[in-house]
Write a protein that binds this ligand. Structure first.
Ligand code: AMP
Ligand code: MN
Ligand code: MN
Ligand code: MN
Length: 290
C-alpha cells in the first residue's frame, strides 16, 4: 500500500458503542472494509477501551489501522475536540488522562435530566442509559436517541437544536481537559494530535487564531480538513488554515450510526492535493495486517 498518497481512502474519525456510536468496533471494521477504506482509525470520545478490538478486527480483514481517540477539551469556554492518532494504546498516562476526562459525565447527565424534567420530559437519565454502551461514557447523543425514541423530536439534530445546546433546557456546561493536557497525553504516548472539525466551533477570528497557535505551541501537528462535519466551503477554508499554520491535513467521516450519520465510513471527498496528509507522518505507527 502506498500510504503517503493524498488520494488514499483514509477514514481517521468514527465512533463505536464504546462511546456514542451504535456499532461495535468489529462491525465498524467490516463496514470500513466494505466501503473501500484503505486506512482506518476508531476515535471514541475520551476512551481507548475499543482500540485492541478495532485493531484486531482490522487486521483480520486486511485493513491497515491507526489507533485513535477524540478528546473533549475546554478552550476559551468552548468545547473543542482533539483527535489523537497512532499512539500506544497501553500508555498509562494517556489512559489516566482520559479516565479523568470521562469522570463527571454521570453527574452531568443527572443534571441534564433535571433540566429536561423541568420542561416536562421525565425519565431522561434512565432513558438515555438504555443507549449507553460504556457506563463511563454517557453523552448528549444518548439523550438525543431517547428523545427521538419517545417522539419528542423526529431526529437527533432536532433534539440538539431544541434541547441540548447552550441556552436549552438539557444543556449543562462542563469543564473538559485542557488543550495542553490533551495534546501532551497524545504526543507523549507516541501519537499525533489533530484539531477535529474546526468549522464547528464558531470562534471569533482572534479566538480561532489563539486555538491554532496554542495547539502548535503544545506540539499539535494536524487539522481535519475533510470531515463529515464540514461543507465543501469549510474544507476549502481549513485547507488554507492548514497551509498557514503548517499543519498536516486529516480526513474522517465522524461516522456514528447507519441511521443517524449522513456521511458513511470512507464516503468523503479526497484531501486537496496541495496539502500534506497526516498519514505521511504516521507511516511507522500504522498497524499492517498480519
Ligand atoms: P457530549 O460529549 O456529551 O457533549 O456529546 C457530544 C456529541 O454530541 C458529539 O460528539 C456528537 O456526536 C453529538 N452532537 C453534537 N452536536 C450535535 C448536533 N447538532 N447534532 C447531532 N449530534 C450532535
Ligand atoms: Mn459523538
Ligand atoms: Mn467531535
Ligand atoms: Mn467525533
Amino acid at each position: 500500500m502506498n500510504i503517503p498518497s493524498p488520494a488514499l481512502n483514509a477514514d481517521l474519525h468514527c465512533h463505536s458503542a464504546v462511546s456514542d456510536g451504535t456499532l461495535q468496533p468489529e462491525e465498524l471494521a467490516a463496514r470500513a472494509k466494505a466501503n473501500g477504506v484503505q486506512l482506518w482509525a476508531l476515535t471514541d470520545h475520551d476512551e481507548i477501551g475499543g482500540q485492541h478490538r478495532a485493531r484486531a478486527a482490522a487486521s483480520a480483514l486486511g485493513l491497515p489501522y491507526l489507533t485513535g481517540t477524540e478528546i473533549s477539551v475546554t478552550f476559551a469556554d468552548v468545547t473543542v475536540h482533539i483527535v489523537g492518532l497512532g499512539f500506544d494504546p497501553d500508555d498509562t498516562a494517556l489512559q489516566s488522562g482520559l479516565a479523568a476526562t470521562r469522570g463527571g459525565r454521570r453527574e452531568r447527565a443527572r443534571e441534564m435530566a433535571q433540566g429536561l424534567a423541568k420542561v416536562g420530559i421525565e425519565g431522561a437519565f434512565e432513558g438515555a442509559l438504555k443507549y449507553v454502551g460504556n457506563a463511563e461514557l454517557i453523552s448528549r447523543t444518548h439523550f438525543a436517541r431517547f428523545l427521538v425514541e419517545t417522539r419528542v423530536c423526529t431526529d437527533t439534530s432536532e433534539v440538539f437544536r431544541k434541547y441540548l445546546v447552550e441556552g436549552k433546557p438539557g444543556y449543562v456546561p462542563h469543564r473538559w481537559a485542557s488543550l495542553r493536557n490533551a495534546v501532551t497525553w497524545i504526543t507523549e504516548a507516541g501519537g499525533l494530535a489533530v484539531i477535529a472539525h474546526p468549522a464547528r466551533y464558531k470562534f471569533s477570528a482572534n479566538a480561532e487564531y489563539a486555538l491554532f497557535s496554542e495547539f502548535k505551541t503544545h506540539g499539535g501537528r494536524g487539522v481535519e480538513v475533510v470531515t463529515g462535519s464540514h461543507s465543501a466551503a469549510d474544507a476549502v477554508r481549513y485547507a488554507q488554515t492548514a497551509l498557514e499554520f503548517d499543519l498536516l491535513a486529516s480526513r474522517g467521516s465522524d461516522f456514528h450510526s447507519p441511521s443517524e450519520s449522513h456521511v458513511d465510513l470512507g464516503a468523503l471527498p479526497p484531501l486537496p492535493a496541495d496539502l500534506q496528509p497526516v498519514w505521511t507522518a504516521l507511516e511507522a505507527r500504522v498497524h499492517q495486517p498480519a
